[in-house]
Design a protein around this ligand. Structure first.
Ligand code: ADP
Length: 486
């Protein structure tokens, strides 16, 4: 099969979260299963064109935007000698420092930027004559592609057999814009209805993906169920319930080569489940790097996250005082996001420098050191479509402490000292009290080296490879039929 991924981020080129990891590894897995896969993404200023060997292959594709025509230059690169990646370039839209916005807010013209990207993506497929069996779209930034296939390109023979898949990585980011965006996108007002693109008076790119695609998937089975409820549906639960029979949950894997404590060049010492005690060296290095007391007996909590309410920061922030006063533990944090959290974290760290080391930044190498050097990895998310942090941390023998929701519920099971089963710590009620109690429970077990060793083994032995999930995608690509718009 010929498969085209349309995404706004991909490892190793540009990343703000798990979407980039998925689009960096799933295409290669699909190639290994015998399929031909290409990816298209924007060419952001951040992307190091020289390092990744990007080559300009098309000088200018004309892209209609409102009444105007804009020009997209197209670059391409091969990734891991398996996947061709196309980059849509336009300085006006993508020559900025960030992908979507700054801590102060989203770029105000994100509608134009991503309309441009999506139309350019479709025109590019024609220009390079890659006729996909499936266009696999991800999140709101490519939610209009399924819309275009059923409207503007409906009778285009080039896409006659092309099915569209839409994967929800996070339902809360919806790409909702004023109604005027509709003509900018080249769509007629007949699409601006409640059972189409209209969403509380706005035009929603995400809703487009949910309604016009031939199949909708999301990144864990639990989240696929949750988003059909009012609590987790972000206003779209009705739409999702309507599409229930076309909605599938397929859990993400991780790239076992990229995340590999046996080979990771960024670690102080490499290790595997057989010699997990060497992990201690990484812990020492982490404590030292963070000017914390170097002491194997003090448990280190780690967290690597976007600093947003979704990630449980609103229940985590209030426990910092108790953590500092009551727990003999360290806490290393790496993250960026909402300004209010930057402020709280800076204040707490100034108050308790012997307990806390908080880094307000994005740093892929430091992330590796925290995954390897911590004992316990926190993910107290309010909701979590899949979550990769818990999978990566388990691979590094760092025990996840998570709230029971979405992909966290599907991948982490609470350790039971009686049976010796379980790979983490799980709590259900979304409160600071429950979170802190679970932290205390983790510290208690940490003090029992034999038991702890068992949990570490359980975690490191879990299989989070892409293999099974990639096969599920292929089966669905084949099974799903092109469905006419209701
Ligand atoms: P989400 O996509 O909702 O942000 P995931 O858990 O699915 O959350 O994926 C987050 C990914 O981004 C992980 O690979 C994590 O290591 C990485 N990450 C998040 N914040 C940072 C940061 N500040 N520095 C480095 N890596 C980060």
């Amino acid at each position: 099969m010929k498969i085209f991924f349309a995404t706004s981020e991909m490892v190793p080129y540009a990343k703000t979260g798990g979407l980039a990891d998925v689009c960096g590894s799933l295409p290669g897995e699909l190639t290994d299963l015998g399929h031909e896969v290409c990816v298209v993404m924007p060419k952001y200023k951040k992307i190091d064109a020289a390092k990744f060997g990007l080559k300009k292959i098309i000088e200018g594709i004309e892209v209609p935007l409102g009444g105007e025509k804009k020009i997209a230059k197209i670059f391409s690169a091969r990734y891991q000698d398996k996947v061709t990646v196309y980059f849509v370039d336009n300085g006006e839209y993508f020559g900025r420092d960030e992908l979507y916005g700054t801590p102060m807010g989203d770029y105000p013209d994100n509608d134009c930027r991503f309309i441009f990207f999506q139309r350019a993506a479709l025109e590019l497929m024609k220009a390079v004559d890659f006729k996909p069996d499936v266009i696999h779209c991800h999140d709101w930034q490519s939610g209009l592609i399924p819309v275009y296939l059923k409207t503007v390109y409906k009778d285009d023979p080039f896409f006659r057999k092309t099915k569209s898949f839409f994967t929800i990585h996070n339902l809360a980011y919806q790409g909702n814009f004023p109604p005027d965006t509709l003509p900018t996108a080249g769509l007629g007002w007949e699409e601006f209805q409640m059972d189409r693109l209209e969403f509380y008076g706005k035009m929603s790119f995400l809703k487009g993906g949910l309604i016009y695609s031939d199949a909708v998937t999301t990144v864990s089975e639990r989240y696929a169920e949750e988003i059909q409820t009012k609590e987790y549906g972000a206003g779209l639960e009705g739409v999702l319930t309507k599409r229930k029979s076309d909605l599938y949950g397929i859990v993400n894997g991780i790239d076992l080569e990229e995340w590999n404590p046996e080979k990771d060049p960024d670690l102080a010492v490499r290790y595997s489940v057989q010699d997990a005690e060497k992990k201690q060296e990484n812990k020492k290095a982490l404590q030292k790097e963070n000017r914390l007391e170097v002491n194997a007996e003090i448990p280190v909590f780690g967290i690597i996250t976007r600093l947003a309410d979704q990630k449980g920061l609103d229940i985590l922030a209030p426990v910092l005082e108790d953590f500092a006063r009551k727990l003999n533990a360290h806490f290393v944090l790496l993250g960026t996001g909402e300004e209010k959290y930057h402020k709280i974290l800076r204040e707490e760290m100034a108050k308790y420098p012997k307990k806390f080391a908080f880094h307000i930044m994005f740093d892929a190498k430091m992330a590796k050191r925290i995954y390897a050097g911590s004992d316990i990895f926190l993910m107290p998310s309010c909701y979590e479509p899949c979550g990769l942090g818990q999978l990566i941390s388990m691979r590094y023998g760092t025990i996840p402490l998570v709230r029971e929701t979405g992909g966290l519920a599907d991948t982490v099971s609470d350790f039971n000292p009686k049976t010796g089963k379980g790979n983490g710590f799980v709590f259900r009620e979304y409160t600071s009290e429950k979170l802190f109690k679970t932290m205390e429970r983790a510290v208690e077990l940490f003090r029992k080296p034999k038991v702890w060793r068992q949990i570490v083994e359980n975690a490191m032995q879990c299989d989070f490879s892409w293999n099974a999930s990639a096969k599920k995608y292929v089966a669905l690509y084949k099974q799903v039929k092109k469905v006419p718009l209701a």
